[in-house]
Design a protein around this ligand. Structure first.
Ligand SMILES: *Cc1c(COP(=O)(O)O)cnc(C)c1O
Length: 397
């Protein structure tokens, strides 16, 4: 078969199975409303949970820092790209997480790949929740360690697997999302801590969706008041979601972070983020920590949404954070529902395999602190209408 023909066939197969993805061109800033295709839609898809991505104070901070630092960082951190702005943000993130040290990465994807690759090698074992984010799963593969998966949020299954490995050589690393990105539920943190302690394994928590949103001052699921580096030695957070900018960090003990500086390929072989971006993130961290009303607003919106779903007789997600899945099942029907919502002026993305397991295609609703209670009511009304109009009523897929 010719190369081009095999590519054409693979694309055609994606279309046939309703798994073809399409980018939308956005014509303005992120916010409660979003401009797409010449229309202004009410936006229920972004991970800008605190509504900070277009905050005037962040814009100003980025502009001011650009006047001081210019735009490009010019080199990697280990060459000459590590500025005082990066250093200051790392110190603030260490403080925020209550850990000795934090290290900036260009993205959460890179942070996970880099941290796992630095920690684990071919003699080691990695245990992951089956629904972990792709970057954790890929990091496991790339490290060359033995890869194991336990049932979603099932620490008992994890314990069985750790016990079965017995005296196998090498180090064991357990990795889990803090809040799961497509379901919005939380990992069983206490049980994971217990299991890893029992078996002398490392625990890595990627709290991309918990930071800013969950816990005291938005400190996330692994608040230092409960668990420090002894229980959760590897803590990952991202900056492009609740904090409204871009990038990510890993926080932990001095020596562990120094090992990442020396060995994490995704840290070493890449240009540092612009210094001005680090400065803007520092501004955003201060706002996220101080403005508790943003987290209160999210709780209110979620409660209102749950009440609305119950009123429609639909299943209410277990998720208490801003990610609210409405599992439909079939990818074609999920796409049709998303298109019908868009016609009604609402943007709610259809999430399909391989992002979620086959048979669990869903509408993934996210709320941000920029939404109003009336926006939730509009969403509930629109859902009632489109679910009535499209065949295959059951939404429990
Ligand atoms: C979004 C996400 C990432 C990736 O972070 P980026 O900064 O967008 O690369 C990693 N882990 C989880 C759980 C995520 O949801």
């Amino acid at each position: 078969m010719s190369r081009t023909r095999s590519i054409t066939q693979r694309l055609a197969s994606l279309r046939r199975h309703n798994l073809y993805r399409r980018r939308r061109v956005v014509e303005g800033a992120q916010g409660r409303e979003i401009d797409i295709g010449g229309r202004r839609l009410l936006n229920f898809c972004s991970n800008d949970y605190l509504g900070l991505a277009a905050d005037p104070r962040l814009r100003e901070s980025l502009c001011a820092a650009t006047r001081r630092w210019g735009v490009g960082a010019g080199a990697s951190h280990l060459v000459c790209g590590h500025t005082a702005a990066h250093q200051q943000l790392e110190e603030a993130l260490a403080d925020f997480t209550g850990r000795p040290r934090a290290l900036l990465f260009g993205s959460g994807y890179a942070a996970n790949m880099g941290a796992i690759g630095a920690l684990a090698g071919s003699r080691d074992r990695i245990y992951q929740d089956r629904l972990n984010h792709a970057s954790l799963l890929d990091g496991g593969w790339l490290s060359g360690a033995g890869c194991h998966w336990y049932a979603h949020a099932d620490a008992a299954d994890l314990e069985r697997q750790l016990a079965a490995a017995g005296e196998a050589g090498g180090q064991a690393l357990v990795a889990s999302d803090g809040a799961f990105s497509m379901d919005g539920d939380l990992c069983p943190l206490d049980d994971l801590v217990h299991a890893t302690r029992q078996h002398g394994a490392w625990l890595m928590i990627d709290d991309a969706h918990g930071f800013g949103v969950h816990g005291r001052g938005g400190r996330g699921l692994v608040d230092a008041e409960h668990y420090g580096t002894a229980e959760v030695p590897v803590l990952v957070g991202t900056l492009g979601k609740a904090f409204g900018t871009a990038g990510a960090f890993v926080a932990g003990d001095e020596d562990f972070i120094e090992l990442l500086v020396q060995r994490a390929r995704h840290y070493i072989y890449t240009t540092a983020q612009p210094a001005a971006l680090a400065a803007a993130t520092l501004t955003s961290l201060r706002i996220a920590e101080a403005e508790e009303w943003r987290r209160e607003r999210l709780r209110e919106l979620v409660a209102r949404f749950h009440a609305g779903l119950a009123g429609l007789g639909l299943p209410v997600p277990a998720a208490r954070l801003s990610i609210q899945p409405i599992v439909i099942g079939d990818p074609g029907r999920t796409l049709a529902l998303s298109a019908a919502l868009e016609e009604a002026g609402l943007l709610v993305t259809a999430i399909r395999p391989p992002t979620v397991p086959v048979g669990t295609s869903r509408l993934r609703v996210t709320f941000t602190a920029a939404h109003e209670p009336a926006d939730v009511d509009r969403l509930i009304e629109a859902l009632a209408t489109v679910l009535r109009r499209l065949p295959g009523e059951s939404a429990d897929g």
